[in-house]
Every structure is written in structure tokens, then in C-alpha cells.
Design a protein around this ligand. Structure first.
Ligand code: HEC
Length: 158
């Protein structure tokens, strides 16, 4: 991919992430469900925020309080809206969600709440704080995926 196309792709990904919760029209006749697209965009945006934090935790990037706080804020917000994004049973060809979600809805909700609690407990004030608090959030991402997501790539969460 050349630089220009790459930029365009990044731009589109950002737009997709921002479109969450708005009423962007679905592509007619594509067989793809716009709600599925939104929940995937939600998950992708949380992965980006988590990557930012794990990068700092692992020393791949320098700890930066402002960026860590911004990532924490995004994660608190996004985990809060997991429930809403999955409430109605919807699947499409690109989805890896297991129908079990809607048979075990209470448990799914609980896991979403646990993820939110873990995101709220993130300590973004210092590197040691981050190191202490990030694993439990990562665990809640992985735990939910293990049960409710078919994993094309086991290491996708981090
Ligand atoms: C309550 C359950 C739950 C929690 C908690 C959860 N996820 Fe997910 N996640 C899912 C499900 C279900 C899918 C599959 C959605 C689909 O394909 O329709 C998914 C998909 C994804 C994907 C793949 C998106 C794609 O491109 O197909 C990523 C990345 C992801 N989640 C990241 C995260 C991260 C990071 C966290 C923690 C901050 C997290 N998830 C927490 C349930 C959860």
C-alpha cells in the first residue's frame, strides 16, 4: 500500500470509529449489517487504546500521562457501550461473534461490566500504576473473547 492509500485507510478507520452511535446508513445490498460494523469499529478502537497502553507498559514507547489518560478515557467509554452495541442479536458474514452471546446475555453483560470496572480502575498517572492495573483489563478482554468470539487470530487482543 502506498503512503497516500495508507493515509486514506487510516482516515476511513477513524471515521468508522467516530461513526459509532450515529446513524450512518448501511451499504445497501452488501449483506453487511451496519450494527455489526459499528460493534467491530468499537472493538477496534478499544484495541488501539489498549495497544497504546501495552506499548508503554512494555517499554516500546515512553510513558506519557496525557496519552495514557486519553486511552483510559476511551476505554472507560467504549467498554460502557459494549452492552448497547450487542443487545440485538445480529450476525453477518464478517462477524466472529458467537450466537451464544444472546443465549447467555446476563453473563455477557456481566463481562462487559467487569471490563468497564477494570477500565475505570486503570491507573494512568504513572508507569508502575499502569503496570499494576492494565493486566486485569487485558484479562477481561481475553476472557470475553474466549467465550463469545470465534478467534481467527488468538493474539488479536494485544
Ligand atoms: C463482553 C465481551 C467482550 C469484551 C469485554 C471485549 N470484547 Fe472484543 N469482542 C467481543 C466480541 C463478541 C467480538 C466479535 C464481534 C463480531 O465479530 O461481531 C469482539 C471482537 C473484538 C475485536 C476484533 C474486531 C474485528 O476486527 O473483527 C477486537 C480487536 C477486540 N474485540 C478487542 C477488544 C479489547 C481490546 C477489549 C478490552 C478492552 C475487548 N475487545 C473486550 C466481545 C468482547
Amino acid at each position: 500500500m502506498n503512503a497516500r492509500r495508507h493515509k486514506a485507510a487510516v482516515f476511513l478507520a477513524v471515521i468508522a470509529a467516530l461513526a459509532i452511535g450515529s446513524s450512518a446508513p448501511s451499504t445497501a445490498g452488501s449483506g453487511y449489517d451496519k450494527h455489526v460494523a459499528r460493534r467491530i469499529a468499537l472493538m477496534t478502537s478499544q484495541k488501539a487504546a489498549l495497544d497504546e497502553l501495552t506499548g508503554m507498559m512494555a517499554g516500546r514507547s515512553t510513558f506519557d500521562q496525557d496519552r495514557a489518560r486519553a486511552a483510559r478515557r476511551l476505554l472507560v467509554k467504549s467498554t460502557k457501550s459494549i452492552r448497547k452495541h450487542f443487545k440485538k442479536p445480529r450476525l453477518d458474514p464478517r462477524s466472529n461473534a458467537r450466537p451464544l452471546i444472546w443465549h447467555s446475555w446476563k453473563d455477557f453483560e456481566n463481562r462487559a461490566e467487569m471490563a468497564q470496572a477494570a477500565a475505570k480502575s486503570l491507573n494512568a498517572r504513572s508507569l508502575p500504576g499502569l503496570r499494576r492495573t492494565l493486566p486485569s483489563l487485558m484479562q477481561s478482554c481475553l476472557g470475553c473473547h474466549e467465550t463469545y468470539r470465534n478467534t481467527p487470530n488468538t493474539f488479536i487482543t494485544h
